[in-house]
Design a protein around this ligand. Structure first.
Ligand code: SF4
Length: 354
């Protein structure tokens, strides 16, 4: 039997139940989910499904990440609510590709772990599955493992095996609508130009779950913390935008400051307003023990997040609550400086491996 898999949260318990009910079937998992966006999230969910299938002794096949094709299919349905017509097209696509794969591999049955997801319409999935069944002459196995204490059991499995519990369905349209409703930044779709792995980013989670895979025993717990994303920023001196690097947690009241460096103490330039500080690239290199030759090099290849925090601590006398803007420029300017920055600072929750 070919089992289409959407994520490990839905698949782990579902596969166990199918294994119990169909002991004579050879199960093959099929991860075909081009709806998942961004690609890093797709990789993360795949990594987790691989981990879960390995534990259950089930072979897993990855389908193509046909994002462009999927986008064409849902064109015009971008603003549909979750459980609406876009989701029907999404199910159609994933189930039809799955049944074709089942036939290709010589299976006579197929099913989907979407059936256990509390947010999906089982009725809709059953209709689609049955239609494909008669069209392709491959039996669709409809199972309601949700009812009874299914959801509770599923949750227990997720905790017990430290599986990755995503907090959105998958596509960028559903994600944007959900975050708008929650009045929350869609930080899943923000990726820094310098590719720094920032707190509670998908890339950070990928690292965490990769580590989990390598450890025999571990626990994943949650922590509340202050998160930050710089959306855009610039420094203008003598009417020209100059290369600049803003340290993480650089906040600015009003998001704009115009002034000049009035004092330089121990190589740190203190602005005459807004608690803003400027250091030269040379000072940065000394403090961080690096050899950047230009500020742009730093922009495109920054320090790791942890090293950047250590650097901030050095500049702010270990004030771990400091949120002042700290900018790295080629040199400390002796001129009027205009600073603009757009950022988000927000409370957030991250997972930590113990
Ligand atoms: S919300 Fe989920 S099911 Fe609906 S279209 Fe997006 S990814 Fe597919």
């Amino acid at each position: 039997m070919l089992v289409h898999i959407c994520c490990s949260v839905d698949s782990h318990y579902f596969l166990q139940k199918i294994q119990e009910e169909y002991p004579d079937e050879t199960l093959v998992g099929f991860f075909y989910d081009p709806n998942i966006h961004p690609y890093s999230e797709y990789k993360l969910r795949l990594l987790d499904v691989e981990y879960s299938c390995k534990q259950l002794g089930i072979e897993l096949i990855e389908g193509p990440y046909a994002l462009e094709e999927w986008l064409k299919l849902v064109k015009g349905l971008e603003n549909e609510p979750e459980k609406g017509d876009r989701c029907t097209v999404c199910f159609d696509n994933r189930l039809e590709t799955s049944v074709k794969k089942a036939i290709e591999l010589g299976h006579d049955k197929f099913t989907t772990t979407l059936l256990i997801s509390p947010k999906k319409s089982q009725d809709k999935l059953e209709i689609i599955g049955k239609n494909l069944s008669s069209l392709y002459n491959c039996e669709f196995i409809f199972k309601d493992y949700r009812s009874g204490n299914g959801v509770e059991m599923q949750g227990k499995q997720v905790k017990e095996h430290n599986l990755y519990r995503q907090n959105y369905c998958g596509c960028m349209f559903g994600l944007n609508a959900q975050r708008e409703q929650q009045d929350k930044l869609t930080d899943e779709l923000i990726y820094p130009i310098g590719q720094q792995i920032q707190p509670e980013s998908i890339e950070e989670r990928l690292e965490l779950y990769q580590k989990r895979n390598e450890l025999k025993e571990c626990d994943i717990i949650k922590q509340r913390f202050l998160n930050y994303r710089l959306l855009n920023a610039k420094v203008i001196i003598n009417k020209e935008v100059v290369p600049s690097y803003f340290l993480f947690y650089s906040t600015l009241k009003g998001k704009k400051s115009i002034g000049r460096v009035e004092r330089v103490i121990k190589n740190v330039g203190y602005f005459n307003r807004d608690e803003l500080k400027i250091i030269s690239l040379d000072t940065f290199n000394q403090l961080a023990n690096t050899n950047y030759t230009t500020v742009l090099e730093l922009v495109y290849n920054p320090l790791s997040f942890d090293d950047e925090l250590k650097l901030r601590a050095k500049i702010t006398q270990n004030n771990h609550f400091d949120l002042s803007t700290i900018i790295i420029l080629k040199e400390i300017p002796d001129a009027k400086v205009s600073v603009f920055s757009d950022f988000k600072i927000y409370d957030d929750v991250k997972e930590v491996l113990l």
